[in-house]
Structures are given as C-alpha cells and as structure tokens.
Design a protein around this ligand. Structure first.
Ligand SMILES: C[S@@+](CC[C@H](N)C(=O)[O-])C[C@H]1O[C@@H](n2cnc3c(N)ncnc32)[C@H](O)[C@@H]1O
Length: 241
C-alpha cells in the first residue's frame, strides 16, 4: 500500500539522518528557525503557563530543554533512538523512544497540560492515529500545540497528498529525504475535529525577511472539557494502571 510505504520512508529517513539533523539544529543552520519559529513555539507553549508538557517528535530535544529551563516538567518522545540518546545526554531529562503508532495504542501513560508537536507531524495515518489518542494525553482543559509548514509555502496543487521531502536549507551531511503528507488548512482543522479536538487559535508567525508566514501554529483543546473525572486523576508524573 502506497501510504504505508511512505510512512516507512519517513522513519527510515529520520533514522538515517539523525546525526546530520542534530548538527543542523545545534549549529542553528535553519534560518527560519533562528529568526522566527523557535521563539514562536516557545512563546506559544509558555503562554499557557503549563506545569507539564509532552514534546512529541522531540528530535535532539532543544525545545524540551528550553521549556525545562523555564521550570516546566517535560517528557520528550521520538522514534529515533540516536536522537533520544542525544537529548538525554544533554539534559538528563525524561526522554523516551516511542513512535506515534506506539502512542496511538496507549504506550505513553502520562498526561500533560500541553502536548507540543514542533514540525514533527509528517505522515498521514501515523499522525491521524496520534491525534486520535490526544484526548488521552491531555489533562482536562489541556492544549495541543502544533507548529508546521504553512500551506502557503508548499508546492501546488492545494490538495492533501504525499510530497517529496528535501533537506535544502539544513546544510550538509544528509542522505535520503523523507516524504511528507501535505494538508490544507481546512484539512488540518478537520483532522483535529475527527480526533475530538476543537481548534482554539491559529497563529501565523511572519518571516522578517520575506514578509510571508514562516509556519502555522494550531492550538486545540479536547472536547472532553473538564468533566472527564478519569483524566483529572492522572498526571504526567503518574502512570495509568
Ligand atoms: C523535523 S524533526 C523535528 C524535531 C523537533 N521537534 C525539533 O523541533 O527540532 C521531526 C521529528 O519527528 C520525528 N518523527 C517523525 N515521525 C515519527 C513517528 N512516527 N514517531 C515518532 N517520531 C517521529 C523524527 O524522528 C524527528 O525527530
């Protein structure tokens, strides 16, 4: 099946390029991150004054470290063991090797005030499955925050579909690029709704040099609201039984 083959290629590419990615982030090679999107996601998360955060697809852990430095208790998860090792060695925080498929089947037993996905929702079925599990990962009144490529910047046509990836702008040392699944703005909103989440806010951080959006940030909450007693009994520091 084509879609599953693409999902597998995403995982292969991140396994193969973990070291190059770590270097690109460490050296601040990606201009839009340095100028706009890093601060935008830190601000978006901290604006919710979370006590606890789950950083999904955390990579080498820069965001988890920034949030921990602000006093937030963070769990970082990623499918690539080398990235999780790197994240753990830099901060000794709570980092775990888990795929979105694992999380969709309840492998992460904690909840958090904010679940953040910074440029880490790349696939189709893997992302839909993860989103469906989100009400189980958010505390009552918790917030899911997703930063992703702004649909304005993606190649035409403006319809959902798999696109070829590229490492342009990330520097050297990369091998095969991962495909990624493009979603229109409307399709992102539908995906959130299908997962039992309500969109609360969209932000479009602007690139100071181009005047165009550098990304889009979605903030959504669980439709369960605060009537979910089961949820209120669990927290990031307690495991489900
Ligand atoms: C563009 S990087 C972003 C990393 C980090 N959030 C950051 O801001 O630097 C995408 C990350 O998503 C992770 N990822 C992609 N698909 C995944 C999956 N199915 N399960 C777990 N992690 C995944 C990759 O391993 C990679 O670390």
């Amino acid at each position: 099946m084509q879609a599953s083959a693409d999902e597998a290629l995403i995982l292969d590419a991140w396994q193969a390029n973990a070291q190059a990615w770590e270097q690109a982030v460490r050296e601040g090679r990606i201009e839009s991150r340095k100028l706009v999107t890093d601060q935008a996601i830190v601000d978006a998360v901290l604006a919710h004054t979370p006590r606890t955060v789950i950083d999904v697809g955390c990579g080498e852990g820069w965001l988890a470290r920034a949030l921990a430095a602000a006093g937030v208790k963070v769990i970082g998860v990623d499918v690539v063991p080398a990235l999780i090792e790197s994240a753990s060695s830099k901060s000794g925080g709570d980092f775990r090797v888990l795929s979105y498929e694992d999380m969709a089947t309840g492998a992460l037993a904690e909840r958090a005030d904010v679940v953040v996905c910074n440029f880490s929702l790349l696939g189709r079925e893997s992302v839909d499955g993860l989103l469906a599990a989100m009400p189980e990962l958010l505390e009552p009144n918790g917030t899911l925050i997703i930063q992703t490529l702004h649909p304005l910047l993606a190649a035409e046509p403006y319809v959902d579909g798999w696109r070829e990836g590229s490492w342009v702008g990330c520097g050297t040392g990369f091998s095969q690029a991962a495909p990624w699944y493009f979603r229109t703005l409307g399709s992102w909103v539908s995906a959130l709704e299908r997962a039992g989440l309500s969109l609360r806010c969209i932000k479009e951080p602007i690139h100071p040099h181009t005047g165009r959006p550098a990304s889009v940030i979605f903030m959504a909450g669980s439709n369960q609201g605060n009537g979910d007693e089961q949820a209120s009994r669990r927290s990031i520091s307690r495991h489900r039984t």
